[in-house]
Ligand binder design. Structure first.
Ligand code: NAP
Ligand code: MG
Length: 501
């Protein structure tokens, strides 16, 4: 259906029912005080519906439902086989509604329907299946044997997990938290981003259809200030799993300190470097990667390679290649299956990108391509792929996360200089290196201070590898078996033997 022409996709979109209500204890409900917010579609600026704006009372109800579900063991105490079957059924149900979810995602975020249907939704389903498969393979530990003692350590679910997620990959990021949290036996209260609530609400409904007991997964849309804060300050929430900005990450740690010292895991953004050495094995592949690493999802990716570090000997030619790729990345209608670059999430985020573009010009960077808002007559929020050359490593564009389609090119002359510039940031999420030298690649992998290092490729890993940052890019890992640890506590149990004699 979604690979037809734009007319077919529009027809399918017109037939959709937009989710607008909270899901608490298995029931779709309005906010207790009736408050709603307008959900704007960034592709054309129209309102998709008035969505529930949950407040502290709604969060209380959702946390109480999650707590009751946890305490009575309706999910936690099911056998691993039974839980696995439900999570697989959940993945199957998501897959059966993949087209609907992709359309909701595109309408909510302005991302191309081709991306939503081939990347976002399949990866969200993959994530669910991965943790369904993992959950009956989690073992505890037995301590070295002793004639007088038997000691073992076992993972126990934490209880109620608050998941607060962003708008750039709404369902995918939600499943990075929800799937491992459920796999460990927890209950969840999910607060989607205000800009992108629809796929999260629908996912919650589909979980119920798949057999997840009511109350185990609750979804409360609302503003970060109100619903997010109430969740993060709640005395009966055991952990907050977050992806978003550093500003909010800091607040969450404060809320934790001010409330019940709940655990916090933070996946924050980055200012990731992509380093092209003169012995790059394939300049064309590197140019494709350099362009898409910043322009994919309109630059709204936490791992976006927003700093392109190129060796002075190859810079002129390489930058020409990147510009050639960028020229093929044309903003278009998100519902057109041929579009590869859509709208930014909101007018505010578009204005942020335009402000950073203006600052880069004021600070003396040389604009090579792009720089403007386009498709204004659509009513949506579009910014062209933009590249600046001669960016000073101390300039604002080299230091602050834009979260938009703006690339800064920085030249270097030696490997040491490249590593120093790459690491000269408060962030440490991802880094890329292009070289034919094993020695240089291994050295770079060791020297770069980033949670993810990619050699001769960008974003070239999947659910099987841990994902997360060093430094102010956060702590705690999503993806892989490592993600499970943060949703569990380790209990040490010791039996003294021979006491009965
Ligand atoms: P954000 O404010 O950090 O939003 C992320 C999530 O946190 C949303 O669900 C948001 O709710 C919620 N939130 C906001 N304030 C909160 C509070 N006081 N307490 C609890 N939760 C709260 O990010 P943003 O404003 O959407 O984007 C701003 C910048 O964040 C971007 O420019 C980018 O630099 C960064 N960002 C990073 C990522 C990433 O993947 N690491 C993703 C998105 C954004 P609301 O929707 O109501 O705000
Ligand atoms: Mg929206």
């Amino acid at each position: 259906m979604l690979n037809g022409d734009v007319y077919d996709v529009r027809q399918s979109a017109a037939a959709l029912c937009f989710p607008t209500e909270a899901l608490i204890d298995g029931v779709s409900v309005a906010a207790r005080d009736g408050t709603r917010f307008a959900n704007i579609s960034p592709g054309d600026g129209r309102c998709l519906g008035e969505v529930v704006a949950g407040n502290a009372v709604d969060i209380d109800a959702a946390v109480a439902a999650a707590r009751a579900a946890f305490d009575d063991g309706r999910w936690r105490d099911q056998s691993v086989r039974a839980k696995k079957a439900v999570l697989h059924a959940f993945a199957d149900t998501l897959a059966a509604h993949a087209d609907e979810l992709a359309l909701l995602e595109t309408l909510d975020t302005g991302k191309p329907i081709g991306d939503a249907s081939t990347v976002d939704i399949p990866l969200a389903i993959d994530t669910t299946r991965y943790y369904a498969e993992a959950l009956d393979k989690i073992y505890g530990e037995v301590a070295p044997p002793s004639p007088t003692r038997l000691s073992y350590a076992v993972n126990e679910p934490l209880g109620v997990i608050g998941a607060i997620v962003p708008w750039n990959f709404p369902l995918h990021m939600a499943m990075w938290k929800v799937a491992p949290a459920l796999a460990m036996g927890n209950s969840v209260v999910l607060k989607p981003a205000e800009q992108s609530p629809m796929s999260a609400i629908r996912m919650g409904q589909l979980a119920l259809e798949a057999g997840l007991p009511p109350g185990v997964l609750n979804v409360v849309p609302g503003t970060g200030e109100v619903a997010g804060q109430a969740l993060a300050r709640h005395m009966d929430v055991d952990m907050i799993a977050f992806t978003g900005s550093g500003v909010v990450g800091r607040l969450l740690m404060r809320y934790s300190a001010d409330s019940n010292l709940k655990r916090v895991s933070l996946e924050l953004g980055g200012k990731s470097p992509q380093i092209v050495f003169p012995d790059c094995p394939n300049f064309e592949a590197a140019a494709q990667a350099a362009a898409w690493a910043i322009f994919y999802n309109q630059g709204q990716v936490c791992t976006a390679a927003s700093r392109l570090l190129v060796h002075c000997d190859v810079k002129a030619d390489f930058v020409k290649r990147v510009i050639a790729v960028a020229k093929t990345i044309v903003p278009g209608d998100p519902l057109d299956p041929s579009t590869r670059f859509g709208a930014m999430i909101s007018e505010a985020q578009m204005n942020t990108a335009l402000r950073y573009i203006a600052i880069a010009e004021q600070e003396g960077a040389e604009r090579l391509i792009g720089g403007s808002r386009v498709r204004q007559d659509s009513g949506g929020f579009y910014v062209e792929p933009t590249i600046f050359d001669a960016v000073n490593p101390n300039a604002t564009l080299a230091r602050e996360e834009v979260f938009g389609p703006v690339l800064g090119v920085i030249e270097f002359a030696t490997d040491e200089q490249a590593f120093a510039i790459a690491n000269d940031t408060v962030y440490g999420l991802a880094a890329g290196v292009w070289t034919a030298s094993l020695e240089r690649a291994h050295t770079a992998a060791r020297r770069l201070k980033a949670g993810l290092v990619w050699v001769n490729g960008w974003d070239s890993c999947d659910i099987t590898m841990p994902f997360g940052g060093f430094k102010q890019s956060g702590f705690g890992r999503d993806r892989s078996l490592h993600a499970l640890a943060k949703y569990a506590d380790l209990k040490a149990v010791t039996f003294t033997l021979g006491a009965a004699a």
